[in-house]
Design a protein around this ligand. Structure first.
Ligand code: CP
Ligand code: NVA
Length: 313
């Protein structure tokens, strides 16, 4: 087992042990950073970061994290690189592989990331596609573990649009034995192929992955209530149709009341207050949303160190 030189494109590709290793190394690196202990596992390395979509958390956490590990990150976007002028992904992959030690990419099409990984000779990390957001979902496991200690047997309910976040959370829960229900309305439910794949993974860890359009039934006894925006990046023109269709799928105090009394509330951010989550819940004591945001730093440092460091962690 070992993650050295691998890609991180989907949590489904990781073994149960690899997920556990990422969480464990993230814990160690978080402790080292908080204690001011040196942890420059990527000294002299460089990371190319390609962003074809907007970002606050992903960009800053990858850039700061890589720098904290002793390396040098390089930010590229469509308009400031030849990517926006149509240079093929396979060419970008081969050229960057000659210069840098790893690539992080945030883009629209998942196939582009697969193609990048196919042609790159260095690790490729998925920083979000229309289909998946694995670094966020691994961070979410880490954040739940910080508060709940044990993941196995817990219940996570994802509320709203069955999008990239729902997909990666299903893969994540299935790897650690957490039961998950996607509470999503008809027409906005997660990709059935991903649901089926996650359900197959879940058999090995003894948990269940379900989809239910009855929000209150689904949320009963939840340890974690999770939501994300109704219109993801690239779906801006559908905002009003989505508002109509997803209007009831909101985390508010009525929904929180059917979850466990000690339930925690998560949101990958950015949030639209008054849409998928109310202001009082987002700012309330059960919300761990800003710890969750901080943890992107620690978990991604673990991912980058495991994939790219010459040292044994
Ligand atoms: N959660 C997340 O990925 O945030 P950004 O879009 O700001 O990177
Ligand atoms: N589903 C959202 C997640 C943002 C972090 C999007 O893709 O825009």
């Amino acid at each position: 087992m070992g993650l050295r030189n691998k890609d991180l494109i989907s949590i489904h590709d990781l073994s149960v042990g690899e997920v556990a290793t990422i969480l464990d190394v993230a814990k160690k690196l978080k402790r080292k950073q908080k204690n001011g202990e040196p942890h420059q596992y990527l000294k002299g390395k460089t990371l190319g970061m390609i962003f074809s979509k907007a970002s606050t958390r992903t960009r800053v956490s990858f850039e700061v994290g890589f720098w904290q590990l002793g390396g040098h990150p390089i930010y590229l976007n469509d308009s400031a690189s030849q990517i926006g002028r149509g240079e093929p992904v396979r060419d970008t992959a081969r050229v960057l592989s000659r210069f840098v030690d790893g690539i992080m990419i945030r883009t629209f099409s998942h196939e582009s990331v697969l193609e990048l990984a196919k042609y790159a000779s260095i690790p490729v990390i998925n920083g979000l596609t229309d289909m998946l957001h694995p670094c966020q979902a691994l961070t979410d496991l880490f954040t739940i573990m910080e508060y709940k200690e044990v993941l196995k047997g817990r219940k996570l309910v994802y509320v709203g649009d069955g999008n990239n976040m729902a997909h990666s959370l299903m893969y994540a829960c299935a790897k650690v034995g957490m039961n998950m229900v996607c509470a999503c309305p008809q027409g906005y439910q997660p990709d059935p192929v991903i649901v089926k794949t996650a359900q197959e993974d879940a058999v090995h860890t003894g948990c269940t992955i379900e989809v239910d359009d009855d929000l209150f039934r689904a949320s009963k006894g939840a340890d974690v209530l999770y939501t994300d925006v109704w219109a993801s990046m690239g779906q801006e023109s559908e905002q009003s149709i989505r508002q109509e269709a997803l209007g009831e799928y909101q985390i508010n105090k009525e929904l929180l009341a059917v979850a466990r009394p000690d339930a925690m509330v998560l949101h990958c951010l950015p949030a639209h207050r008054g849409e998928e989550i109310t202001e009082d819940v987002l700012e309330g004591p059960q919300s761990k949303i800003f710890d969750q945001a901080e943890n992107r730093l620690h978990v991604q440092k673990a991912i980058m160190a495991l994939l790219m460091s010459d040292e044994v962690l």
